[in-house]
Ligand binder design. Sequence first.
Ligand SMILES: [Cu+2]
Length: 149
Amino acid sequence: MRKLLVVIPVAVALIAIGAISALARDGHRAVHQVTVPMEDRFTPFALTIRAGDSVRWVNNDSDDHTVVSDDAFNTAGHQGANQLLPSGSAFVLRFKHAGTFVYYCRFHAHLDSANQPVAPGPKGGIQDSNGNFGTPMSGEVTVLPHGGD
Ligand SMILES: [Cu+2]
């Protein structure tokens, strides 16, 4: 009897794990991660996912950041997204259809007249090894159509 009490919960857990992995495989519901390291940037800069997948932004920096939709180039949904990402926090967006989600951090980039994210200058942005502030804090998610592979 004692052995059976141990076996049953293990069997139930194994069935649950099987069901979850089947959903992940067939439903294209993967969760991808974009991290802010201890720098003003998103890594990876560019991410390719499938419709139905989610992206989880995690701020591992000691500063607060934001994820703001560049609506001029955003065809993947979540137009108008403007999410504060405090230090140590995370948030998730799920992408339901194919397109491109271009985004930037409004604390460490802004849009020029052509809606391109540009670095804000010496007071912020990403400084390269030559001391130049040429790189805005921005990123891109490419959402491919559901299935097809
Ligand atoms: Cu930022």
